[in-house]
Design a protein around this ligand. Structure first.
Ligand code: HEM
Ligand SMILES: *[C@@H]1O[C@H](CO)[C@@H](O)[C@H](O)[C@H]1NC(C)=O
Ligand SMILES: *[C@@H]1O[C@H](CO)[C@@H](O)[C@H](O)[C@H]1NC(C)=O
Length: 317
């Protein structure tokens, strides 16, 4: 008993140190203040992904779109107010990004047991990790201690979220601006092994690009007419849309990727060798993907006493 409480004390001191040391996260951040956090997030996500596997994909994307716009600060979750245009209506998010209500559901369960303690930004990071592993991908330790922004920016979202029309050099530039290299870009894009895209996102690729398998292009045009049907959905990975595996990279190598930006990773360019590697090695992919998710989760954080612990993920306190 004595050594048990000594252990708790040590963890408490560690997490205090972690919050004092600016910009440093810790896996034990909530070990004392919210010990059941990870099991609550996991159980909600297990239920959600069991009912609608695509929602797992949507939550993974939510984490990316949070981190790429002013850092991983849950700014993406803020609703517009009369004085602030938030990120939900940015080009890359409007009628596209989903999963907000899942984060709300987790947050209300977490608030019930640990009031005003856990940030929305950390909930998104944990829910994204659980989505990957529940869909059959790797798992990893999520570093915690992010705090939530009080504002969001539609302009920052429009400037930072890459569109499907981007070429490889734009993708490399946008990721480099976030401290992510070609390896991170190529591994993180493997998240397109799950989830779906709207016709409006992939139409130019299946009608006008040269580097696409003609039979695949014809097949996708059937769901995506030259005009109309903008919101018709097609899986990003046509082989195993609900399975977090390396078939995304195999599709790239036979020019059967759905998005222009994806095929840019295998088009006689700098990412070709990494695509070949991941297509044939699940362990190399899992290693690089998890390392890149940890790096992405570390972009421009609010820590210590910066920002706040939002009570409702949709509005600042
Ligand atoms: C490399 C630059 C990237 C571009 C240009 C890009 C673009 C897109 C586009 C256009 C869609 C379809 C949206 C729609 O039609 O509604 C999409 C979906 C998705 N993206 Fe990306 N993405 C990129 C990187 C990433 C990264 C880094 C992740 C996560 C680590 C990610 C995760 C996803 C997921 C899981 C979906 C499916 C979401 C769902 O079904 O709700 N993407 N992406
Ligand atoms: C890639 O896109 C950027 C921005 O749209 C453009 O300036 C550049 O010329 C393009 N590069 C290539 C190689 O097509
Ligand atoms: C996160 O970023 C901080 C400050 O920028 C850095 O000191 C730290 O090493 C990074 N941690 C990881 C896991 O990348």
């Amino acid at each position: 008993m004595a050594s048990f409480s000594n252990g708790l004390l040590a963890v408490a001191i560690l997490s205090l140190l972690a919050s004092a040391a600016h910009a440093q996260l810790s896996p034990a951040f909530y070990a004392v203040t919210c010990p059941d956090l990870e099991s609550v997030v996991r159980s909600v996500m297990a239920q959600v992904v069991g009912q609608d596997p695509r929602m797992g994909a949507s939550v993974i994307r939510l984490f990316f779109h949070d981190c790429f716009v002013n850092g991983c600060d849950a700014s993406v979750l803020l609703d517009d107010t009369p004085t602030m245009r938030g990120e939900k209506n940015a080009m890359g998010n409007m009628n596209s990004l989903r999963g907000y209500e899942i984060i709300d559901a987790i947050k209300s369960r977490v608030e019930a047991s640990c009031r005003a303690t856990v940030s929305c930004a950390d909930i998104v990071a944990l829910a994204a990790r659980d989505s990957v592993s529940l869909l059959g991908g790797p798992s990893w330790t999520v570093l915690l201690g992010r705090r939530d922004a009080r504002t969001a920016s539609v302009d920052a979202a429009n400037a930072n979220l890459p569109p499907a029309s981007d070429n490889i050099s734009s993708l490399v530039t946008k990721f480099a601006a976030k401290g992510l290299d070609l390896r991170d870009l190529t591994a993180l894009s493997g998240a397109h092994t799950v989830g779906a895209a709207r016709c409006s996102s992939f139409r130019p690729h299946v009608y006008s690009d040269a580097n696409v398998d003609p039979a695949f292009a014809m097949f996708r045009r059937r769901i995506c007419p030259a005009t109309g049907g903008d919101s018709n959905l097609v899986p990003l990975d046509s082989t195993s849309p609900n399975r977090f595996d390396v078939s995304y990279y195999r599709d790239l190598m036979v020019r059967r990727s759905l998005l222009h930006s994806d095929q840019e990773l295998f088009n006689n360019g700098p990412a070709d060798d990494l695509v070949r590697l991941y297509s044939s090695s699940g362990s190399a992919f899992n290693r690089d993907f998890t390392a890149a998710m940890v790096k992405m989760g570390n972009i421009s954080l609010l820590t210590g006493s910066d920002g706040e612990i939002r009570l409702d993920c949709r509005r600042a306190n």
